[in-house]
Design a protein around this ligand. Structure first.
Ligand SMILES: Cc1ncc(COP(=O)(O)O)c(C=O)c1O
Length: 391
């Protein structure tokens, strides 16, 4: 019988993170798996969204984004990274950074070309590359500081390479790429005529004085970088589905065409609210980062106390841990035990690696949660400790 599904859909699996979320609901657990906040979004955003609906902003916005949002984005980008974009030819608003990445790779990468991806990686990048018929080529970020080996990176570039994906601050490791590391990447992109696609969705969640550097701001990179971000993480509204791509006109023209036929446009009333979000004062961003630092500083020692080894994150809202003290061979079995027996959901480390063996003793937690939620998780984790001591 004829195969009713396309071969490409068989080349990747369902999201493990969403599976963990479902299991967590079944077991009434505390979800530290899928990274979204359980605290309210800022009031001014919600008021603006309500105002936009009441004002009947209910029809399609301009495909590449409402004018007000594109203007706000250009002003905000100039304020934070001193890079100036043209709102008419260099900005595309999509349904979240997720669509931005898919639309960008579909627009820029030909079947058979290679896309370099650092691993452990955010789980969408592999399937995104596969959907455009490209081959992902992985370069390892090495523990404990998640640095890459410059020779390994150099060896990954070739005439086949079309793009490199960089996520900083990084999910799942919390690594913030340094200027020196980005300089090395930029120089390879220039040498091999490669496009850099930077996922900067956690750009404002930084700790310990870490600085976010946008690759597009480095010499010779503005013309060959697509910078992706969105409102999901900075404004705690992951369900609004508003993200954006900033790129030079030829790249933007291609991305806009793909975006148009994928989704037509992002939700119109929420684009208005996103524009208002981008006008928030500087103090908002400081409070956001401080809030996450406090959560990190609560959860990480508690995980250590429960028997995990941790890798301290300097940005984003995840912590990668080592589970080897618990005596499980397999991270997926451990994650299932944690959610069903202890009542805390986390993500098996293997889902962030091309070769699952590399993540067999790793587990990722997120801390985008109210203090009470984190406390409930920590209390449950004590049961794990009790169990470990009886093994
Ligand atoms: C690195 C990274 N990029 C993109 C996203 C998704 O962003 P959006 O909600 O804007 O689609 C996430 C969400 O977890 C993420 O961790």
């Amino acid at each position: 019988m004829r195969d009713l599904v396309a071969h490409r859909s068989t080349l990747f699996t369902e999201s493990v993170i969403r599976e963990m979320t479902r299991l967590c609901q079944q077991h009434g657990g505390v979800n530290l798996a899928q990274g979204f906040p359980d605290f309210p979004a800022p009031d001014p955003l919600k008021q603006e969204a309500a105002r936009a609906l009441a004002a009947d902003i209910n029809q399609y916005a301009i495909t590449w984004g409402a004018k007000r949002l594109r203007d706000a984005l250009v002003a905000k980008t100039e304020r934070f990274s001193a890079i100036r974009y043209d709102p008419e030819t260099e900005v595309t608003v999509c349904c979240g950074a997720t669509e931005c990445m898919a639309a960008t790779l579909l627009a820029l990468v030909n079947p058979g070309e290679e896309v370099i991806v650092f691993e452990p990686f955010y789980e969408n990048y592999g399937p995104d590359a596969i959907l455009c018929g490209a081959s992902p080529r992985f370069v390892r970020l090495r523990e404990p500081d998640w640095s890459f080996d410059p020779d390994e990176l150099t060896g990954a570039f070739s005439n086949q390479t079309k793009a490199i994906v960089i996520n900083t601050p990084n999910n799942p490791t919390g690594k913030v790429f340094s200027r020196a590391e980005l300089d090395q990447i930029a120089s390879l992109c220039r040498r091999w005529d490669v496009v850099a696609v930077t996922d900067e969705i956690y750009e404002h969640i930084l700790f310990d004085g870490a600085q976010h550097v946008s690759l597009a701001g480095l010499e010779g990179m503005r013309e060959r970088t697509v910078t992706i971000s969105g409102v999901s993480k900075t404004f705690s509204v992951t369900g609004w589905r508003i993200g954006w791509c900033l790129a030079a006109p030829p790249l933007t023209a291609a991305i806009r065409k793909v975006h148009d036929f994928l989704t037509v446009g992002a939700p119109a009333p929420l684009q208005e609210a996103a524009a208002a979000a981008l006008e928030m004062p500087l103090g908002y961003y400081r409070k956001l980062a401080d809030g996450y630092r406090d959560r990190r500083d609560y959860l990480v020692p508690a995980l250590e106390g429960a028997g995990f080894r941790t890798f301290l994150p300097h940005g984003a809202y995840y912590v990668m841990t080592d589970i080897s003290t618990f005596g499980f061979d397999d991270d997926v079995a451990f994650a299932r035990h944690l959610v069903s027996g202890v009542g805390v959901a986390a993500v098996p480390g293997s889902s962030f690696y091309a070769d699952p063996a590399a993540g067999r003793q790793r587990l990722r937690f997120h801390f985008a949660r109210r203090r009470e939620t984190l406390e409930a998780a920590v209390e449950r984790l004590q049961r794990l400790r009790a169990r470990a001591s009886t093994i």
